[in-house]
Write a protein that binds this ligand. Structure first.
Ligand code: GRF
Length: 191
């Protein structure tokens, strides 16, 4: 199973997928890591591990993912033989050009129990809302924001003295467990 990963930030979820591959609990290979942010730590992590990387040129748009850039992304993933695309902290909305290239084969991880708290800073939304519970979700990507069929979720408690940061850290521990699990579920591939 050749996986392509798109990320804009730290890449800890990419690392968790890589760790699952290395400990043989997931029979897969990360074929390509793409980022829209040249300074993203995910690129450094990938290079350190000998994984090919490339930049996504979003034509100077801050948050838009132009169709042309999506077509280029799809072409790069196809050229690398990618069969499954994992969004891991990727901060742009994927739409038709990329979705059509990988039907039902794009996953995303979101730091809430969807459909609760879609969008940005979901952990902060949960704290501000006074929620007693939050978590994370891996789902298939469709053209909506954090919509699409849910594959797996994990719950975490929100503690009375939680800040957005402490809650996010607790959620991330579960993210790192369920993302490799979601890939196993979707692909039927274990080790
Ligand atoms: C994660 O919390 C993920 O749920 C959200 O962005 C964060 C990415 O973290 N979509 P990382 O780059 O994988 O460390």
């Amino acid at each position: 199973m050749r996986i392509g990963i798109l990320g804009s930030g730290s890449g800890s979820n990419m690392q968790a997928i890589l760790d699952a591959i290395e400990d043989a609990s997931l029979d897969a290979e990360i074929a390509l890591v793409l980022s829209d942010n040249p300074n993203a730590f995910i690129l450094e992590r990938a290079r350190t591990n000998g994984i090919p990387t490339a930049l996504i040129d979003c034509r100077g748009f801050k948050s838009k993912y132009p169709d042309e850039a999506q077509r280029e992304t799809a072409a790069a993933l196809k050229a690398a033989g990618v069969e499954l695309v994992c969004l891991a902290g990727f901060m742009r909305l994927v739409r038709k050009p990329l979705l059509d290239a990988f039907p039902d084969r794009i996953l995303n991880i979101h730091p809430s129990l969807l459909p609760a708290y879609p969008g940005l800073m979901a952990w902060q939304q949960a704290v501000e809302d006074g929620a007693s519970e939050s978590g994370c979700t891996v789902h298939q990507v469709d053209s909506g924001m954090d919509t699409g069929p849910i594959i797996i979720q994990a719950k975490v408690p929100v503690l009375p003295d939680d800040t957005a940061e402490t809650l996010h850290a607790r959620i991330q521990i579960e993210e790192h467990r369920i993302y490799p699990e979601a890939i196993r579920i979707v692909t039927g591939v274990t080790s």
